[in-house]
Design a protein around this ligand. Sequence first.
Ligand code: THU
Length: 137
Amino acid sequence: MSEHTSSQAIMQLAAQARAASQHAYSPYSGAQVGAAVTASDGRVFTGCNVENASYGLTQCAERNALATAIAAGIAPRSMRSLAIYATGFSVLTPCGACRQVMSELLAEDAMIHSCSEEGEIRSWGISELFPEPFTLE
Ligand code: THU
């Protein structure tokens, strides 16, 4: 997938992110966030936010979706499309920690699509969202 991914494919991925958001464990913020990432073979991996009473241990939806894909054997830097769905935000823009992790695990030309409850969608390239990432290269 690329910038030219059809809007139908984006809507489908956003719907999977939305379904994942329904499993959010977020008793502290109340925000339900889901993420869905597409592998090159078409498989989709999802994640949701998982909060903790020790607030700093909260896990974001995007990083959980990426970790699930990696655990299933998906190659790093091969995933080209990630959708986010979040309740309680006009359109959620990913946190800095998720941007750092996305920039290492997504393909260089990957697109991120974030969808609000109202159906508004914003899209960014990973290099736009996180230019000049920290790497060990
Ligand atoms: N959250 C995400 O899941 N992804 C982000 O990119 C930003 C924030 C979650 C963490 C927490 O459970 C809630 O949204 C409010 O910060």
